[in-house]
Design a protein around this ligand. Structure first.
Ligand SMILES: Nc1ncnc2c1ncn2[C@@H]1O[C@H](COP(=O)(O)OP(=O)(O)OP(=O)(O)O)[C@@H](O)[C@H]1O
Ligand SMILES: [Mg+2]
Length: 242
């Protein structure tokens, strides 16, 4: 192989994990229908991080929710790992979500009465893994995110940054290929935001995950492989950072 061929894998040879084409979604409120996603196109390859920015109300969270199978859409196509999401029954959609997607939200959504370790083990318990196995896996991943010493703490006994790291651990415990993060640093200070971003980047690179990150923070977005701007329900353009 000559040096030119060696330099970079062409786009076409990279593994496409997500293709979004012509996706339209309406919301109805007060008897009126409005188009929140307007013929969206997007694609993502394995092992890359994509940042989505854009004004409040542009449709960023709605977009993540339809990709993740948390919300339905009205027309168009979303293919994830070859599976078409359009028209899937709720039970099949839930199965898809459980198998492939890890969500990290702005609010950590941890269960208050459970320890960090039990919270992280929860998705595995839902998958009917034994308690012993689920807790052992949770322990390993909490150690990986630097929280081995906080395993027994409940969310109220953890800092905001630690809670977000626990929720990243919880999103990763089922080993999803696609991680959808909706302003995961929205409630964190600069230092904790940096820490969480480094963690996401590290996991993405080490484990070849695809990450789609919605953020209002341009300096965090700049660390992704590509930045997309969503304006009024559509992507306004793509900026490559590499
Ligand atoms: N369940 C709903 N019913 C009706 N309208 C909704 C619903 N959820 C969101 N919307 C509207 O859809 C639009 C897009 O909302 P979305 O939450 O996707 O925006 P966003 O880009 O994530 O904004 P932010 O940066 O503030 O989080 C907004 O105008 C919002 O008011
Ligand atoms: Mg949002």
């Amino acid at each position: 192989m000559n040096s030119y061929q060696n330099r970079e894998t062409p786009q076409t040879e990279q593994k496409i994990v997500l293709t979004v084409a012509n996706v339209v979604k309406y919301y109805e409120s007060g008897g009126r229908k409005f188009e929140v996603l307007k013929k969206i196109h997007f694609s993502a390859v394995a092992g890359k991080m994509y940042a989505i920015m854009g004004p409040s109300g542009a449709g960023k969270s709605t977009f993540l929710n339809v990709i993740g199978g948390l919300d339905r859409f009205d027309s168009g196509s979303i293919r994830v790992f070859g599976q078409e999401l359009f028209g899937l029954r709720p039970a099949v959609l839930a199965q898809y979500r459980n198998r492939h997607i890890g969500f990290v939200f702005q609010a950590h959504n941890l269960l208050a009465e459970f320890s960090a370790q039990e919270n992280v083990a929860m998705p595995l318990r839902i998958r009917r893994r034994s308690r012993r196995e689920a807790l052992a896996t949770a322990r390993a991943i909490l150690e990986e995110v630097g929280l081995g010493h906080r395993m027994e703490h409940r969310p109220s006994e953890l800092s905001g940054g630690e809670c977000q790291r626990v929720s990243v651990a919880r999103a990763l415990v089922t080993d999803p290929s696609l991680i959808l993060a909706d302003e995961p640093t929205g409630n964190l200070d600069q230092e904790n935001s940096e820490h969480l971003m480094s963690l996401l980047l590290d996991l993405q690179r080490k484990r070849q995950k695809t990450v789609i990150l919605v953020t209002h923070d341009a300096s965090l977005a700049a660390r992704a492989d590509s930045i997309y701007q969503m304006v009024d329900g559509a992507f306004a353009g793509k900026e490559l950072t590499e």
